[in-house]
Ligand binder design. Structure first.
Ligand code: HEM
Ligand SMILES: CC(C)=CCC/C(C)=C/CC/C(C)=C/COP(=O)(O)OP(=O)(O)O
Length: 298
């Protein structure tokens, strides 16, 4: 197709590349956790609030991911996993990528302010800044605890879903945040073990680079144990029933089994398999919380 005479070459849209900037699969799982937060409040959200909150949080999470692509372009080009990324490769130039990222983020903020509520809008902006600025610019390059602290930004969406519907905080929403917060270290460190040499080459102080692979495997195992305890809390406080308890135990035992295998009986692909399982774990856990809630409360 002929190139538009109105746009410089670098501004031409390659939808696939721009879509990739938003880290769509990550945002999809983030949205699942936000939607579960919305439906656990006890009062059914109006269709307008449910759609606007999902759209607004999705746009801002996608915007945060696109900012991350721009700020990380020099380290992404050094690592095999991220080498092909659109901004790192120069297929999307820095300026149009930033315009795209800020447009998504501003549109998301406007949707939340106009059709949801100010509390949710500002909390989502705090999450965006937490990931795109505090984690990406500072923590990622500064400390091996980067993903533990930065994980709070990615853990916020269930609370965002909750406040979208009620306009207020609640302990039950904070429990959901705690689950994702405890899940993030074994999720990421399993991948970081598999990609240790990439991070070393890019000079990023991820735990397997600074403290070694064996120490990181022990941390993964300990965090899966901590995660199991945190996952019991919704049942302990009466927020979830027996279906959730049984399902959560099964999912967490499987996660512990992967972490155990990674530590004591590893094969070349075990770390990657453990990382992949972490994604299924979180997805099914949140589906389960919602199914259990509907069975108990209709
Ligand atoms: C600071 C916190 C987090 C860190 C450091 C982290 C790190 C990563 C990394 C490095 C990848 C590989 C991406 C790739 O290969 O392109 C990944 C994949 C993924 N993460 Fe996370 N993650 C975090 C939080 C989250 C959260 C909160 C969610 C969702 C609730 C999530 C969901 C996913 C999903 C679904 C994938 C697979 C993406 C794909 O296959 O394209 N992550 N994560
Ligand atoms: C507004 C809102 C709810 C924000 C959510 C923030 C968000 C998109 C969190 C996702 C976390 C994530 C994919 C981290 C990847 O780490 P990395 O960037 O170090 O990984 P990479 O090497 O793959 O780029």
């Amino acid at each position: 197709m002929a190139r538009s005479a109105l746009l410089p070459r670098s501004w031409e849209l390659s939808w696939r590349d721009y879509f990739a900037l938003t880290k769509p699969k990550v945002v999809l799982l983030i949205l699942l956790t936000a939607v579960v937060g919305m439906f656990l409040t006890g009062s059914l959200p109006s269709p307008l609030v449910a759609v606007a909150a999902t759209l607004g949080i999705g746009l801002m999470a996608g915007g945060a991911a696109a900012i991350n692509h721009v700020l990380d372009r020099r380290i992404d080009i050094k690592m095999a996993r991220t080498y092909h990324r659109p901004v790192a490769q120069g297929r999307v130039q820095t300026l149009p990528a930033l315009v795209f990222a800020f447009s998504l983020s501003a549109a998301g903020l406007a949707v939340l302010l106009l059709w949801v509520n100010a509390l949710t809008a500002w909390l989502t902006l705090a999450s965006l800044l937490g990931y795109a600025v505090v984690y990406t610019v500072w923590l990622k390059r500064a400390t091996p605890q980067n993903i533990v602290i930065g994980g709070l930004a990615g853990a916020m969406p269930p609370l965002l879903g909750w406040t979208a519907v009620t306009g207020d905080f609640h302990g039950h929403a904070l429990l959901l945040v705690m689950i994702i917060f405890a899940w993030t270290p074994p999720h990421f460190w399993a991948l970081a073990i598999h990609r240790r040499d990439d991070y070393a080459k890019a000079d990023i102080p991820m735990l397997p680079v600074t403290h070694g692979i064996e120490f990181t495997k022990t941390c993964v195992l300990l965090y899966t144990l901590l995660l199991t305890l945190v996952c019991l809390l919704p049942w302990v406080v009466g927020m979830s029933g027996p279906l959730y308890l049984l399902g959560a135990l099964a999912l967490n035992l499987r996660f512990i089994q992967w972490a155990w295998r990674l530590k004591f009986r590893p094969e070349p692909q075990t770390a990657l398999q453990c990382f992949r399982f972490s994604i299924s774990h979180l997805m099914w856990l949140f589906v389960l919380i919602l199914a259990d809630h509907w069975i108990n409360y209709g």
